[in-house]
Design a protein around this ligand. Structure first.
Ligand code: URA
Length: 194
């Protein structure tokens, strides 16, 4: 079965998920979007209001900033895959609880296993902590790290600040843009080693 078909099958299962209480308080599950053949997978935290309304990830203000940064490195949404650690919007956009993240984890793991990206870019602290526990985002943003994922082999991660955190903070915005622009070089290095 093609990666695209596998993702579509997984999405049908995900859309029917009601394993935690988040599903009761949101409009819909937001599985993720993009290419099943993507080399880069971006992983955010959880859907916000706009994402909950539309069913697509990163379509609000943070998403617009993400698009701006993608354009700067000549990537389009159709070239990458974007998903979240939690597939349902937490009430009032609160941080997802550890139990909610844990319940949603098998969905994200299944997405990664299907797509097999060369690089996983974590957006924000919650996404980073899921894959790289024990680190501080202030220490590892802008650094590529090879680490194992439980239930999977080794994977290259690249940590970024969350675009929403950088929206109204000039210096963080600059730092995020600078980190973001290093992505093509990191991908090229990974491919060199293949
Ligand atoms: N923030 C996220 O982490 N994910 C989204 O999909 C939107 C905003």
């Amino acid at each position: 079965m093609s990666k695209q078909m596998q993702l579509e099958k997984l999405n049908i299962e995900m859309l029917a998920c009601a394993k935690c209480s988040l599903r009761k308080g949101c409009l819909q599950v937001v599985p993720g979007a993009g290419s099943a053949e993507a080399k880069i997978m971006f992983i955010g935290e959880a859907p916000g209001k706009k994402e909950d309304e539309t069913g697509a990830p990163f379509v609000g203000a943070a998403g617009k900033f993400l698009d701006e940064m993608l354009e700067a490195i000549k990537l389009k949404r159709k070239d990458i895959y974007i998903a979240n650690v939690c597939k349902c919007r937490p009430p009032e956009n609160r941080d997802p609880l550890p139990a909610e993240v844990a319940i949603c984890w098998p969905w994200l793991l299944a997405q990664i296993k299907i797509i097999q990206p060369r690089l996983i870019v974590t957006l924000g602290r919650h996404s980073m902590e899921r894959f790289l526990p024990g680190f501080k985002i202030s220490q590892i943003h802008g650094k590529a790290m090879r680490r194992g994922i439980e239930g999977m082999g080794k994977q290259v991660f690249y940590t970024l600040y969350h675009p929403a955190a950088a929206l109204y903070n000039g210096s963080m915005r600059e730092m995020l843009f600078k980190d973001f622009k290093r992505i093509p070089k990191i991908i090229a290095k990974i491919e060199e080693k293949k």
